[in-house]
Design a protein around this ligand. Structure first.
Ligand SMILES: [Zn+2]
Length: 351
């Protein structure tokens, strides 16, 4: 767990216990929130599930939507939310926008029926290379490689590592070490080292993508649904800030053009892959704007304030974390109180 994660966890406990967030909410919850989801599917009983934070059950999605409405939020489309920000008019009710990243099959199979039943609009951010089966779900590849071996032997940046991975605890420790060690480094090294582990342990990345991600017929079908807005999520899902400007431009312009020609409509919303400050920064925000995107969402945590109108290409989101599927945590998260503390009262964090 990173330092920030430990602080966040401690903060949830403290606020949940004291109910401090309820007192603070009117000041800290801002104009609205953008919630971030990944997989939505029935729970699988697995002892080793290092990417479990990216997975919630359909019933928790339903409970979340109901709670968001109970807390007084309007669930709106992203375009409506941007309209509220631009109009600068005080609103009685804050907005909540639901977003789903990557273009997973389960978003159609499990999330969409819930959204449809509850009449809740959402954005699906699609990585075109997942639909084409050319991009890689490297974090799942790493999970599968560690799952299949009792020992991980690997050289990263010239340094040799020999990690035990016999039981679930060892596997989790090995996964976390490799994940963060590789995520700290260059994109090419991350992809090459994980490809090497896949080759050594019989993991087929293409099959993983084909099993998990919608194909074009699937994406075209969900795009027809009146509640769904399709946004871009690049071609190959790179951590853009680690790549050259030429690559950033090609990824952002290319994915927009591909989606527009496939779907026959304009695509104006973007989610930056991985989306933390080491993956998307000022350069990416400026290029995205220049290329015609009207909004860009990061994974930097925070709620939306009026000031974000000046930073529509760098919007924060709240991650609905599969490791903590609790409505108590959701209340604390949505109050914004935690972010007010952690950001030291600073409302906009775009640097
Ligand atoms: Zn993604």
């Amino acid at each position: 767990m990173t330092m920030r994660q430990s602080l966040i966890r401690a903060g949830f406990g403290m606020m949940g216990a004291t109910r401090l967030h309820r007192v603070a909410a009117p000041l800290t919850r801002g104009m609205g929130v953008i919630l971030m989801f990944h997989h939505v599917q029935p729970a699988k009983a697995r002892s080793f599930s290092p990417n479990g934070l990216l997975e919630i059950t359909p019933s928790f999605l339903e409970a979340t939507i109901n709670r968001v409405r109970q807390l007084g939020y309007d669930i709106t489309t992203l375009d409506e939310a941007l309209g509220h920000l631009r109009s600068r008019q005080a609103r009685k009710k804050p907005f909540a926008v639901l977003t789903f990243d990557d273009g997973f099959r389960d978003n159609r199979d499990w999330a969409l029926p819930v959204l449809d039943r509850l009449r809740a609009p959402a954005v699906f951010y699609v990585t075109t290379g997942f639909a084409d089966r050319t991009a890689r779900l490297w974090w799942v590849e790493l999970e599968e490689a560690v799952r299949r071996t009792g020992r991980v032997r690997i050289a990263i940046g010239g340094e040799r590592h020999d990690l035990p991975a016999g039981d679930a605890d060892e596997k989790l420790a090995a996964f976390k070490f490799l994940y963060w060690r590789l995520r700290d480094g260059p994109e090419e090294e991350l992809l090459d080292r994980i490809a090497e582990l896949c080759a050594n342990h019989g993991v087929d990345g293409r099959t993983i993508v084909a099993e998990r991600c919608l194909d074009w017929a699937g994406i075209e079908a969900v795009a027809q649904h009146p509640l769904i807005t399709v946004g871009a999520h690049t071609i190959s899902h790179p951590r853009l800030a680690k790549r050259s400007e030429a690559v950033v431009r090609a990824e952002l312009a290319g994915s927009k053009a591909i989606l527009e020609s496939r779907l026959g409509r304009s695509v104006r919303h973007l989610a930056y892959p991985v989306g933390d400050r080491t993956s998307a920064g000022q350069r990416e925000f400026e290029i995205a704007k220049e290329l015609g995107y009207v909004s860009g969402v990061t994974t930097r945590p925070g709620v939306i304030f009026q000031q974000h109108e000046q930073h529509l290409l760098a919007l924060p989101r709240l991650s609905i974390n599969g490791d903590h599927q609790s409505l108590g945590n959701l209340d604390v998260l949505m109050s914004g109180a935690a972010f007010a503390l952690w950001n030291k009262g600073r409302r906009v964090n775009v640097t």
